[in-house]
Design a protein around this ligand. Sequence first.
Ligand SMILES: [Zn+2]
Ligand SMILES: [Zn+2]
Length: 365
Amino acid sequence: MNINKFFTKFNSCPLCNSKKRSIARYSHKHRYAEQISRILNIDLNTLIKKIRNVKCNNCGLIYKSLWFKKKLYKSLFNKYVPVHPKGWDSGNRLNRFSKKNLKKAINLLINSIKSNNLENRGFAKRDAFSIVDSIQANSNLEKKLKKNYLVAIINENISHIEKNQFKMVHSLNIPERFKRFSNFSDEKLFYHIQKYIGKIKYYGEVGCPLWGMLQIAKNNGSKTIFISGDESIFWGKKCQVKKKYCCSEIDKSTKFIKKGINSCKGKKLDFLGIFVYLDHTTQPLKLLKKAFSVANNVGIILAETKNPGFPGVSIQHFSGWNNKTMSYVAKKFNKKLNYNFKDIKVSGYNFFLLYQPPPDVDVHL
Ligand SMILES: [Zn+2]
Ligand SMILES: [Zn+2]
């Protein structure tokens, strides 16, 4: 089989157009890589080596020198993985974060290990891990309990998992900030943004309506707008759980732009959030131009490219962004750049605020 038919070449940087680049590290072999290798029926190692990450010598953007053809990438979000699981877990919508469900997840993992069932092992581990990882640990004792339990799940240490299961279940309280059941719905992040740009009268987000700060903006008196993501690069129309579409979860008073950001006209927004979305597009410059044409200030969340757990850029992300790349963007669009919001880093993400300080706000840097 000629696997080249699946891919398109990128010979220059999609942000600054420079052709000078160096080889960056391979994508890691996590579950999406496995899933894509199964969908395309390409051996995982071959796939990882094919879809290379390269780093632009000029702006520092990491991008794929070979990338999925448009139709294929689109089918990932509309056919193969139509539901955005992290979106639905935000705000604990499906009630997965509960003592009862953690008990169930731990039992599934124990049974899987004891019966040597390799088929559900990956799922059982991820399921238990995601819940335990989201438990807010306060005291040093709780932190130690949680950390050791996560290690035991990874290593399938059955005696530790069994011995400490009741303590672990008992310690479950509220979901930790920025982890799976909270994601980017965070008041402190909202206040951080307002500290730099002033009161947000009109707040917008593009991409997923479930995992951001639309409700928080509403609670703080902002008018809100949600803009659908481009269905060829993101979840959307098919994103459905228990017969409910994610867009049906949008608050009635939030304006919903179904046709996407390109249908938006005029600079109306004080703030536009682009959360884990910019790294899906092969035309980031076009998206940024459009974003700054509708909003004075743009907040961008992207995966950390130096995350010790998963270093480099994932296979399902076209690009990876660091401070240098964002400085390039800030300069290009004549904006100030702030990336000192540390709290989000526990989840392996960075927050970049590209903004124009309002004349009446005194910003201390
Ligand atoms: Zn570049
Ligand atoms: Zn969705």
